[in-house]
Design a protein around this ligand. Structure first.
Ligand SMILES: [Zn+2]
Length: 269
């Protein structure tokens, strides 16, 4: 059996979903054509927090399996026009992974202006009709709060990955576990939580085999799913480095007594 949180294990997960009759759809595809009664749908969402290259590998695997997924790129951290175009050519949807309230430290008018500017930069490359908030559990701001003061239509958008799927059961690989425990911000507001005992991908496969749920949304961060042992060792090393950097930031902050800086690396949600 493939090791967990590898591209090989992700292939097992995709095949299991397809075997159980779940049709993978993009977020915009779902919003444009809500499903008929009785059909099963899964939205495979990928937040490209760290590595457009690893996202492309996942996009190629999905193409091979006949799957359409939705990839959210950050600006400017993973805004890679070549990778974005390649993702579109593989049949996927690309959206904007926004973090404007974090960047502006909660300044709402400035955040909405920045949202418009960054969205325009994406639209120079490809059409964008859906967005997804970047988590940043250490940031005091919840980026989704901009929608308390704006409508999707103001930006010609159809929806938001956290906010537009209230009837979907949401799973996230944050923290290399599927369990919702402790994922306060990385969850659908007012949505249902998946069973807490589902931790590993094997747990998830067993659950998918017996569930009667018809609407699933899976947030899979490509950088957590490297191919093979070499890649896995590298990704774990990257996690270690990220934690080291964060620890240093926290210590510096504690010394200065200052709040989080918008530049603080945060690649986890
Ligand atoms: Zn993110």
């Amino acid at each position: 059996m493939a090791r967990d949180f590898t591209l090989e294990k992700y292939r097992d997960l995709c095949c299991c979903l397809q075997d159980r009759g779940f049709t993978p759809v993009t977020l915009s595809g779902h919003l444009r054509q809500p499903d008929q009664e009785g059909s099963r749908r899964v939205i495979l969402r990928h937040d490209v927090d760290l590595s457009p290259k690893m996202a492309l590998r996942m996009a190629e695997l999905e193409r091979e399996l006949g799957i359409q997924a939705t990839y959210y790129f950050r600006y400017p951290f993973t805004f890679d026009p070549a990778a974005i175009r390649a993702t579109i050519r593989l049949g996927h949807e690309v959206g904007y992974h926004y973090e404007v309230l974090t960047k502006t430290r909660g300044d709402l008018p400035q955040a909405l202006r920045l949202f418009g500017e960054e969205l325009a930069a994406f639209r120079e490359v490809c059409p964008i009709v859906t967005v997804a908030a970047h988590g940043g559990s250490r940031s005091p701001q919840d980026n989704r709060d901009i929608w308390n003061h704006a409508r999707f239509g103001d930006f010609n958008l159809l929806g938001e990955a956290y906010l537009s799927l209230p009837d979907f059961l949401y799973f996230s690989d944050t923290g290399r576990t599927w369990s919702p425990r402790g994922k306060v911000r990385d969850s659908i507001r007012n949505g249902r939580s998946p069973p807490a005992e589902i931790r590993t991908t094997t747990d998830l496969l067993h659950w998918i085999a017996v569930t009667r749920e018809a609407r699933l949304s899976l947030n899979v961060h490509p950088a957590r799913w490297p191919s093979g042992l070499g890649g896995e060792a590298m990704a774990l090393g990257q996690d270690f480095l990220n934690n080291l950097v964060k620890g240093t930031f926290r210590r510096v902050r504690a010394l200065k007594g200052s709040p989080a800086t918008p530049e603080e690396p945060d690649h986890r949600e």
